[in-house]
Ligand binder design. Sequence first.
Ligand code: SDX
Length: 424
Amino acid sequence: MADKKARLTVEGLDGAIELPVYSGTEGPDVIDVRPLTGKGLFTYDPGFVSTAACESKITYIDGDQGILLHGGYPIEQLADKSDYLEVCYLLLNGELPTEEQKTVFVNIIKNHTMVHEQMSHFFNGFRRDAHPMAIMVACVGALSAFYHDSLDINDAHHREVCAFRLIAKMPTLAAMSYKYSIGQPFMYPRNDLGYAENFLHMMFGTPCEEYKPNPVLAKAMDRIFVLHADHEQNASTSTVRLAGSSGANPFACISAGIAALWGPAHGGANEAVLTMLEEIGDESNIAEYVERAKDPEDPFRLMGFGHRVYRNFDPRAKVMKATCDQVLKELGVENEPLLKIAKRLEQIALEDPYFVERKLYPNVDFYSGIILKAIGIPTSMFTVIFALSRTIGWISHWSEFHSSPNRIGRPRQLYTGPKMRDYP
Ligand code: SDX
């Protein structure tokens, strides 16, 4: 039921058009523009800067205040007190699990971590230097071939099993894409390890000796998973929702999300930040790159800076920066040159009027790459880690979409092409 009304008058149209206005529990009110179609009008919002594409209860972001809530819980508290599988449960169910619910959930995930043995054959078609994101788009999409018939998207239990499979198998596939690129054998998951420990085991373990995960690195890995888990209607999540609206197989929808995340303006930024820091190479070169980032004629952007929603610090970047300091100290590389360049770059950018006026702050991708590099993860795997973590966000939104009556997403356009004309 609408809380308020908006009245729109348009030159050339008689009378005002009444539009319902709805209020959420947090955030801006929304104007329901659907009555416009009956008046022969569309809204126009390239890039969806001002468009609420759906109603959702999963995550809330306040860009001005730098607030990020999952199920109402601030990301800073979840990063400090929770862990990734507990956050997965929260995103899927809207409530934190009881101790018993968490134990059951963790055991279910543990027992879905292997992929069908046939999956390993897909890798052989790729060159060893294939980008692992290309492999992930292919292999996650290929999961739909294994679970094509056992899924009724309108059945909540089927949707839940699909989520379990994806949460459990993404680390296995991600680690396989890495092992393939370095010519080492795939490592099977181990049920005696925690989620992040198991991922590090599959990434860095070998059949030659038992891998003992460093608990500080495993905790940092789990925290990185938590910080990337979900982020409202970002480009890749919106892609998954739109693909899902046609009734497509959920594994194919997640593959579409991975493809959308790959772009350097989105999840590919973490890889681009490391490339940028390595290209800057020394603090003496920072000023030149900052000037390039400010030059409208130069396509160079300061990667890891700016955000469509945050006009303040990305709360995830603050936690990531603190984690970065912890990990580098633990590894005895607190003088990592790239970290020094990053911190100097952040300081300069936050004082420069260009960035201050545009409210450009470091985002989640600015420090994550430095931690991942310190853990030993190659730059090409950074966005794969992001995709692994964001899978729970994608599948939670996909499931939320299918949990209530829905329609296929089909935006319209402002047509400026040729008028009708006859074929000569
Ligand atoms: C993620 O949406 C999400 O929630 C995404 C994400 C998630 O968790 O899902 O948070 C993850 O994608 C984080 C963002 C990672 N991307 C980067 O770090 C790439 C660098 N950032 C920019 O490409 C940009 O800031 C975007 C893409 C993040 C946001 O783009 P917008 O909202 O379209 O903003 P814009 O390009 O219109 O920028 C506004 C102004 C422009 O200048 P003017 O035209 O006003 O003169 O700010 C400038 C831009 O040129 N600007 C930058 C800049 N980012 C914006 N200038 C230099 N360096 C930058 N990084």
